[in-house]
Ligand binder design. Structure first.
Ligand code: AHG
Ligand code: MN
Ligand code: MN
Length: 334
């Protein structure tokens, strides 16, 4: 393969980083390393199940961990040991994680928000799962403990964001606000190669992706939009595709076009997806790929979070399709 490796790519694009280059480069390196550790573990999942189920002890006498806890530990340990961030918010931890540094004076500039294993209920069915991450420059002064405010920043402030997808191959896809690039892991040598340069969402996708099981509980505008997608007229009906791993659904949307949405419903008044570590990073990617991401009313990345685990409806993908969905919501007066 002639394409550049992720390491070479990072070195060749110093202008990509809004702030000090080396520190953010090291941070992305830590993320790609933890991704390899998780990828390796996930590839064993089927085999491990032969010798024991989650929560039991395997033949080596090691305690088997649920994969989302394994992924959480892998990312937290890598970021902590390398002392390159001052704090982390993870889906798996109720509170913010403060990283003190060896001499108790953390001098790092960045905080990370992450969903260590997205789509984890799909693991047993051998379906793609992923890790989602967003990186922010801290607001509080360097050398002091991180604060809630460092994490409650709008998505507009993301310095970088991306995901690692553990699918038929392992991929790392990220943006620093200068387009989206995707790298595929060659597992034989443990190196990611640039496989998807400058990803752009195609305009003629014609795929809609939503869990239609929730249909009767969706707001009227969303119901009307789904009926519109199904209607035989013009380029419709659109194809329906739904993996149930946001990472996989968003990546397919970025490559093949279409719209992915997770609306609010009567049982879930704010939808299901988390603003900080699911919606914002993937909204950043979609916008950088020429698409759009909203909550049905406004841009995801303009929303000022009030809680680190806050949920938010999500409509992302081809800008025209997202606009259409928003039009139906508006028309229904919701
Ligand atoms: P997680 O595994 O991190 O809890 O996230 C799962 C999320 C998202 O990946 C996916 O799109 C959505 O939940 C699926 O939810 P439904 O089963 O309600 O469709
Ligand atoms: Mn998730
Ligand atoms: Mn998760």
């Amino acid at each position: 393969m002639n394409s550049s490796t992720l390491g070479e790519f990072l070195l060749g694009r110093p202008g990509d980083f809004q702030y000090e280059n080396a520190e953010l480069g090291r941070l992305l390196n830590a993320i790609r390393l933890a991704g390899k550790v998780v990828s390796h573990e996930i590839r064993k999942a089927g085999l491990v199940d032969i010798t024991g189920t989650v929560g039991s002890t395997n033949v080596q006498g090691e305690e088997q961990q649920k994969l989302d806890i394994f992924a959480n530990d892998a990312f937290i340990n890598t970021l902590t040991n390398r002392e390159i961030v001052c704090g982390i918010v993870s889906e798996e931890n109720e509170d913010i994680i403060e990283i003190h540094g060896a001499d108790n004076r953390n001098r790092n500039k960045y905080v990370v928000v992450m969903d260590p294993l997205d789509g984890s209920s799909n693991i047993d069915a051998n379906i793609t799962v992923g890790t989602i991450f967003g990186i922010y420059h801290r607001i509080s002064p360097i050398g002091t403990p991180v604060t809630m405010e460092d994490f409650l920043q709008s998505g507009n402030n993301q310095v970088a964001a991306g995901f690692i997808a553990y699918g038929t191959s392992t991929m790392m896809v990220y943006t620093t606000g200068n387009g989206v690039n995707g790298f595929t892991l060659n597992p034989a040598i443990g190196t990611y190669y640039l496989s998807h340069p400058n990803v752009t969402i195609p305009k003629d996708g014609g795929i809609f992706s939503v869990n239609e099981g929730g249909y009767v509980h969706f707001p009227q505008g969303v119901k009307n939009y789904i009926k519109y997608c199904q209607k035989e007229e013009g380029d419709r009906p659109y194809k329906g595709r739904y993996v149930g791993s946001m990472v996989a659904d968003v990546w397919r949307t970025m490559l093949q076009g279409g719209i992915y949405f997770y609306p609010e419903s009567t049982g879930k008044p704010h939808g299901k997806l988390r603003l900080l570590y699911e919606c914002n990073p993937l909204a950043f990617l979609m916008e950088q790929a020429g698409g759009k991401a909203t909550n049905g009313h406004m841009r995801i990345m303009d929303i000022k979070p009030t809680d680190i685990h806050q949920r938010m409806p999500f409509f992302g993908g081809d800008a025209k399709m997202v606009d259409k969905a928003m039009e139906f919501i508006r028309l229904a007066g919701e």
